[in-house]
Design a protein around this ligand. Structure first.
Ligand code: IMP
Length: 427
């Protein structure tokens, strides 16, 4: 099973790091294909906890080549700070490959992200403030700076000047801020050029060869399906394709070479930032999910909004990603509820709707229709097989599987690396 995509089936933060790391030992390449350091993976290895934002989580597996694909936006300052933090903890990071076509996040992208959010006021997206949107906007506007530009100073200078031309007008005239000097940015970017050089590669070639040789290549999505720029809750989304198609465009590996697409699905729902969220809870249950689930953003430190499981969203994720499997995470967090509500459909203007409405206004008005499943109180963190789970937990998993449209092949029952039930092997 050489090429697999692993992505968030909800609004991100489903626990992808754990899933990737679980596979890490058998995976030859782990590829990030979109997003940047807006992502946040927490990976627990033994008694060590690692929080990664930009680097693929496969960097923690000794035999694995971590790859930053062309679809990623790279903040070089963050890249080197993550690399040196791992180096200090004895992790070998020398195998990392970075696409020469990946775009760079520069200090002016971060500035633009922050000033734009401030300008939007109550209409703000609630971005992570890491410059992700402005870097992708420059890429689409064809004024982006790519990793390969670091190796031609004259080209780099011309490109930075072109990119700043318009932004400086905006900064000075609209946002009342000081203009940014191109020379200072070029100087700062060039500081990273030599150090970055050993990692820079034609990753498309490397990855296609790896797939052709039957190596196991894992494409690791950042964010989640409903944060996808095309298929998410636009405009409350990130600026890249977090869905399965992004794995192809963001790596240069074609869709016929992908064998399996695994959606990571939390046993309840969370999101950070603004935007619609039909099953969001504002009561003690929401607070309990946040506390028990440790629902605080790895990247921003913001409390996550919490709610019950939404099967409409899970079905949508199955559809737009062509999911072959789910990895259900954090089932243990639901231990202790007498009954667990699950949203099976929405009510919109008095009508029952089974599928995610494509019209944004409808989605904003969607009210969850709940079914109540019997809960369980036993500790499930030691369960090794599906049969070890209490009957009601088994029933909950089976019900989610039936509603979501793809088999649940693994279940997370605790934060540790071994606290996972594998039902069908992914590889
Ligand atoms: P941006 O990606 O920083 O532009 O933020 C756009 C939206 O995506 C905001 O609502 C963020 O909170 C959200 N977002 C970005 N990255 C993540 C993530 O890794 N997990 C969950 N939400 C994210």
């Amino acid at each position: 099973m050489p090429a697999l995509v692993l992505l968030g089936a909800q609004w991100g933060d489903e626990g992808k790091g754990k899933a990737t790391d679980l596979l890490g030992g058998s995976v030859d390449y782990v590829v990030r294909y979109q997003g940047g350091n807006n992502a946040g993976h927490t990976v627990v290895v033994g008694d060590q906890k690692y929080a990664l934002h930009l680097l693929p989580s496969g960097i923690l597996s000794p035999g694995c080549v971590p790859v930053i694909g062309n679809g990623v936006v790279v903040d070089p300052a963050v890249l080197f700070s993550e690399l040196s933090a791992l180096g200090e903890r004895g992790i070998d990071t020398s195998k990392l490959l970075v696409s020469g076509n990946a775009h760079l996040i520069t200090p002016y992208h971060t500035t633009m992200d922050k000033v734009t959010e401030r300008f939007l006021g109550s209409r703000r997206i609630g971005t992570t403030g890491r410059g992700i949107g402005p870097a992708y906007a420059d890429k689409i506007n064809r004024v982006g700076i790519r990793v390969q530009d670091l190796y031609d100073e004259s080209i780099l200078t011309q490109k930075v000047e072109a990119a700043l031309d318009f932004k400086n007008q905006l900064l000075a005239k609209l946002y009342n801020r000081r203009a940014i000097e191109a020379g200072r940015i070029v100087e700062e970017l060039l500081k990273y050029a030599a150090e970055l050089r050993p990692y820079v590669a034609d990753t498309t070639l490397v990855l296609n060869r790896a797939v052709d040789e039957g190596k196991v290549v894992l494409f690791e999505g950042g964010q989640g399906t409903l944060l996808d720029i095309d298929h998410g809750t636009y405009p409350f989304v990130t600026s890249s394709n977090a869905t399965a198609g992004g794995a192809c465009t963001g790596s240069g590996v074609g869709p016929t070479k992908i064998d399996r697409v695994i959606g990571i699905l939390k046993a309840y729902t969370t999101r950070v930032g603004s935007g619609p969220f039909p099953t969001e809870l504002f009561d003690d249950d929401g607070e309990a999910l946040r506390r028990i689930g440790g629902e605080r953003g790895v990247t921003t430190g913001r409390d996550r909004r919490c709610g019950w499981f939404d099967a409409v969203i899970a079905r949508y994720a199955t559809r737009v990603n062509g999911l072959t499997d789910f990895f259900l995470t954090k089932l243990d967090v639901l231990t202790g509820w007498e009954r667990v509500p699950v949203c099976v459909a929405y009510e919109i203007d008095g009508k029952r709707v089974e599928e995610l409405p494509y019209n944004q206004s409808d989605f904003h008005h969607a009210k969850p229709v709940y079914e109540y499943l019997p809960g369980w109180s036993e500790d499930i963190s030691k369960a090794k097989t599906f049969a070890d789970l209490p009957k009601n937990a088994q029933g909950y998993v089976k019900a989610l599987e039936d509603m979501s449209g793809a088999p649940i092949s693994a279940i997370g029952v605790g934060p540790g690396r071994t606290e996972t039930i594998e039902i069908n092997s992914f590889i």
